[in-house]
Design a protein around this ligand. Structure first.
Ligand code: PRP
Length: 209
């Protein structure tokens, strides 16, 4: 039985379709319900709906053999998992953004509001800029508007949230997309189905890692 953690939401539903096409069907998952676990003994597969930011934890600890998670979460948590495939969905970018027309004054410590502390710290360390991290859990765009921070480090997908709040991208840090990950120990004794999953999924994507 292959245990698969999928991120709850639209991305997860899109990803399930790809898993089904790859030969790991579980039709009951399409039923409109509040259940979180769906099993198909014929296909030897079990799916869990997990909060997207928790998928890496389920996989790292072996509660799921494989899972699908955004590269942003992998960079932020650095979980000890195998990253097997870029699914080329859920594409967006991690970026620095600020109020339109904002200019940095390097005499001062830069105040950076973000959910992604590690990514922000690594990025500013790499360019040698002193920063003060302000950790927020959501609606990050508010911070520069209210003077809580100078910039934000956040995910930009369509750019609508920035535009509608009079913000703009200052710098792109890294492109993001959904990745297939596997538990390291479980990979050893479920190598065959996991490799089959990677092989079949990669037929529907552009590249493997
Ligand atoms: C994410 C991100 C941005 C927004 C970007 O927020 O933090 O706010 O999406 O998307 P866009 O470029 O298409 O507008 P999310 O919806 O995850 O909510 P959050 O405020 O909790 O971060």
């Amino acid at each position: 039985m292959l245990n698969i953690a999928l991120p709850k939401g639209r991305l997860g539903e899109q990803v399930y379709d790809a898993f089904e096409r790859a030969g790991f069907p579980c039709p009951s998952i399409r039923e409109d319900s509040r259940r979180l676990i769906f099993t198909n003994p014929e296909a030897d597969v079990s799916y869990f709906w997990v909060k997207p930011s928790d998928v890496a934890i389920y996989v790292e600890r072996g509660a799921a053999d494989v899972g699908v998670v955004g590269k942003d979460i992998l960079l932020e948590l650095e979980p000890e998992v195998y990253e097997l495939l870029d699914l080329n969905v859920g594409k967006c970018r991690m970026a620095v953004a600020a109020l339109k027309g904002w200019q940095d004054n390097t005499q001062y410590t830069l105040r950076v509001a973000t959910k992604f502390r590690r990514i922000a710290k690594q990025y500013y360390h790499s360019i040698g800029r002193n920063i003060d991290i302000i950790h927020l859990n959501g609606s990050i765009e508010l911070a520069p508007i209210l003077g809580l921070s100078d910039v934000i480090v956040d995910i930009v997908e369509t750019g609508t949230t920035l535009r509608e709040n009079n913000l703009e991208v200052v710098e792109t840090i890294v492109p993001i997309s959904a990745r297939l990950i596997a538990n390291r120990a479980n990979f050893k004794f479920k190598t065959e189905p996991i490799e089959r999953l990677v092989r079949e999924l990669s037929k529907g994507t552009e590249q493997t890692l």
